[in-house]
Design a protein around this ligand. Structure first.
Ligand code: PMP
Length: 365
């Protein structure tokens, strides 16, 4: 795609005078907890109907000043993204397929009637923040640590009428992230809920918008109440076809080597990890299928031995094996440990992200 001058934003850099001390930062980087601690700086840019995008900058991480009447607080007009920057053994820092997140941000913006951030500006914003806060990217020797990047866009206009807002804020914050599990990937338990759905046909399920996550929380609470760690949702009409697990896409490994993932139904988020797994699995010799798969096929397949492994994919948890499935009147153990196919795909993905193999696909920026 051609880049025009307005697609590349010139970020002003306002360095903070009181960054975290090296000791405080190192203490965070030694064992980061996902999403709880943030780097010294953040990106902000404003948009108004009259002026378009203006004042892009990297500035001190600080609370936002928004009106209590800001549209986002009442009508959820907001979108976000999630991706990671990885430090390689030579010290360099790389983002994984950020142009995919940029494209998804554009699609989400369209669905939520928000203005578009040019995709070069989106990637430029990530670059600007990571450049200023590079010391917050954990070192490569730490194993599976990275800097999680969270771009977002919110309707800031103080106006209670229901219409697309005339004032919007785009921002990026960053948070050091550790391995999702201290002891390496460990199979998690899944609660299959049919009492609520997270998304509906024609709704916003394929967009990365906060209200989808709000709609998923009672399902997660139901999972927790039933002793499970995560929740799996089915689609809204027949309540039969599998969609997603929490904030992850799902994959089923069959005894004959096939790998099946639910097709993008319109109410599923198209994961960057999902797309990458489909390619890597095919390279590893698997036949991959994107199609509808029912909760009954999952249960029957595990019982008969036809399904040998189940795993979930996402930026935060990378590839997470699923060990157990429970639902209101049943319970099924899939596996006590991480299966060989799950392990191989996980390793293939991490090897690329951490630069342990050549990036032949051009996935790193
Ligand atoms: N589904 C949902 C609902 C998500 O929030 C995420 C995380 N972004 C995913 C799937 C996985 O997407 P990705 O691989 O791009 O992180």
């Amino acid at each position: 795609a051609q880049t025009t001058a307005s697609d590349v934003w010139d970020f002003a850099v306002e360095l903070r005078s009181d960054p975290a001390s090296a000791e405080a930062r190192e203490a965070v980087l030694a064992s980061p907890t996902f999403g709880l601690t943030f780097t010294d700086h953040m990106v902000m840019a404003n948009w108004t109907v009259d002026r378009g995008w203006h004042d892009p900058k990297v500035t001190a991480y600080a609370p936002l000043r928004v009106s209590p009447a800001a549209a986002v607080l009442h009508y959820s007009q907001e979108i976000f993204e999630g991706l990671k920057a990885y430090r390689h053994a030579d010290g360099s820092v790389w983002a994984f397929r950020p142009e995919r997140n940029a494209a998804r941000f554009t699609a989400s913006a369209q669905r939520l009637a928000l203005p578009q951030v040019p995709e070069d500006a989106f990637v430029g914003a990530l670059r600007a923040l990571v450049t200023v806060d590079e010391v917050w990217v954990p070192s490569a020797t730490d194993g599976e640590t990275s800097l999680y990047l969270r771009p977002y866009m919110i309707a800031t206009e103080a106006a209670l009428s229901v219409r697309p807002a005339h004032e919007v804020l785009f921002g990026v914050i960053a948070s050091p992230a550790g391995p999702y599990f201290d002891t390496g990937p460990r199979p998690v338990s899944i609660w299959l809920t049919t009492s609520t759905v997270r998304a509906t046909p024609g709704g916003t399920g394929a967009a990365k918008t906060g209200s989808n996550y709000a709609a998923s929380l009672v399902g997660l609470a139901e999972a927790t109440a039933n002793g499970c760690e995560q929740v799996a949702f089915v689609e809204a009409i027949e309540r039969k076809w599998l969609e997603e697990i929490g904030s992850m896409n799902m994959f089923f490994v069959y005894a004959d080597g096939r790998i099946v993932t639910p097709e993008l139904s319109g109410s599923i988020l198209a994961g960057v990890t999902r797309a990458s797994v489909l390619e890597l699995a095919a390279d590893l010799g698997h036949k991959v299928e994107e199609r509808r798969i029912s909760a009954d096929e999952w249960k029957d397949g595990v019982r008969s031995g036809e399904i040998t492994e189940v795993f979930a994919s996402g930026t935060a948890a990378v590839i997470t094996p699923i060990g157990r499935l429970a639902w209101p009147d049943g319970d099924l153990t899939i596996s006590e440990d991480t299966g060989p196919v799950t392990s191989a795909i996980r390793a293939a993905l991490l090897d690329i992200q951490y630069g342990r193999v050549p990036d032949t696909r051009g996935w790193l920026t």
